[in-house]
Design a protein. Sequence first.
Length: 289
Amino acid sequence: MTRSLWRSSSTTARVISYVVLVVATIYILVPFLWAVENSIKSSLDTFTPGKFIPWLQFSPTLSSWRSVVNDPNVPLALKNSIVISLGTTLMVLILGTPAAYALARYEFKWKSRDIALWFLSQRVMPPAVVLVPFYVMMIHFPIFHVTLLDSQIGMILVYTTFNLAFGVVIMRDIFRDINKEIEEAARVDGAGDLKIFYQIALPLSLDGLITTAVIVFAFSWNEALFAATLTSRAAVTLPVHILASRSTRGVDFNTASVNTLIAIIPPVILSFFVQRYLARGLSFGAVKG
């Protein structure tokens, strides 16, 4: 089907498609290549214009990599990012999946579409608006006498608050894309709502749920505003550690480049494992409104 559409398209459409693909590729690759290049440069070569080709215009060095690898703060930031991102993803799936299924299958006093729109409005709210209230709440409302400020649990709760609405909206369309006749047949056989949800709806929506989990994980992994404000030492994440490359002397581009490449590795590895689910999961809800 895809090949037929491509063959039947006009020359102008093909040229435009190629141009868009080339521009998008350059837009994605340039920052990555810039980080790779600066990670193997010395500080002097970084600020010397015209040095782009290794071994010809500058001598590559792994001094920045050794400095970052020997920094004890890097493993801590990497561990915090993994724990917080995975914890947030798990919380969003646990809380958001039943809510999304209810919006997709049941009628309420207000229309499900209006409730879903309210969820989406919470996601587009500027995070800076609630930054100070979150800071105050994390100080004055500890859990089990442990303050939430600068803690993994506190960051998971904050990230869940912002990503939950987004997850509910996506998963609602996922469940709406599942044929109701399958669930109705199970109901005729005596299956209850919970059994239909756990044994039918969830397995059929696996691709979409994995896609939602990957998106929520990426949002949590890349978040820097709340992490920079609500953490100081124990729960510092990789984005905050990258921001710390700036000091009174300026930006240490070499160290920032190495930290950026390290931060890229886990999401890339994750994408390799779930890429076969992404194509199918992203197509959920593409037909139904």
